[in-house]
Design a binder for this molecule. Structure first.
Ligand SMILES: [Zn+2]
Length: 236
């Protein structure tokens, strides 16, 4: 399909309004996808052969992060991997409406009905309603974010990763489900320091400790998004 101007406009709207929020594309994945679309579909080609180095240079990114982004885009069904050799990748670049789960009839101009858009989620106060507090607990799947022990409804609480007294917000990026003990012990200690303490006390193994540090990073980066039904996302 040769892409006319109108089509390109539509594609960009679908990318911003539907693809990014629904598939949770990161900034890097989005940049890589745009670059690939530019050099394939906007030139009337579906398939593209490229090297990671070329893609990294084109985006001013490291080869490692670009490689990871390509892998994730394949996993999310945005790219179809045709061939991978030392010479490079061959992929089919899909347009938003060609991606499974994001077909044309489900692409509404106002965005999907039940999945809150990224902007909406970002501004939400997650202490405000019971549904939102529950969504944070559900995201941690019944385990303390810090020490990973199993939690029951009676001993669990919501902890600010950056303490509220240090201007930590009530965003989903700053609230975690934790046991009462961690919540009390952590106090104003930064999350990384507190995890180190748990590791030294033998409450986390080395592997768990590394995993928890990654989780803190992912949380701050907005990668640990709680699942909210759209009516729960509203302010009330
Ligand atoms: Zn704990």
């Amino acid at each position: 399909m040769k892409i006319g101007k109108t089509n390109a406009v539509l594609i960009w709207k679908q990318l911003e309004d539907v693809l990014v929020p629904r598939l949770g594309l990161t900034v890097v994945e989005r940049a890589v996808y745009s670059h690939l679309v530019r050099h394939s579909r906007l030139e009337g080609r579906v398939r593209l052969r490229f090297s990671i180095l070329w893609l990294a240079r084109g985006n001013r990114l490291s080869a490692g992060s670009v490689r990871l982004a390509v892998r994730r885009l394949v996993a999310k069904g945005v790219l179809r991997l045709v061939e991978r050799t030392k010479a490079g990748h061959v992929v089919e670049v899909r347009l938003p409406e060609e991606i499974r789960g994001i077909r044309r009839n489900r692409i509404e101009p106002d965005g999907p009905a039940r999945v809150p858009r990224e902007g909406d989620l970002e501004e939400r106060d997650f202490l405000q309603t019971k549904a939102r507090r529950e969504a944070i607990h559900a995201r941690e799947r019944g385990a303390c974010f810090y020490c990973m022990r199993r939690l029951t409804a009676r001993v669990r609480c919501l902890d600010h990763v950056v303490p509220a007294v240090r201007r930590g917000s009530n965003s989903y990026r700053n609230l975690v489900s934790s046991c009462a003990e961690c919540n009390a012990q952590k106090g104003e200690t930064p999350a990384e320091g507190f995890l180190r303490l748990l590791y030294r006390d033998g409450r986390l193994t080395a592997k768990e400790f590394t995993g928890r540090l990654r989780a803190v990073e992912a949380l701050a980066a907005g990668k640990l998004r709680p699942a909210l039904r759209s009516e729960d996302a509203k302010d009330d």
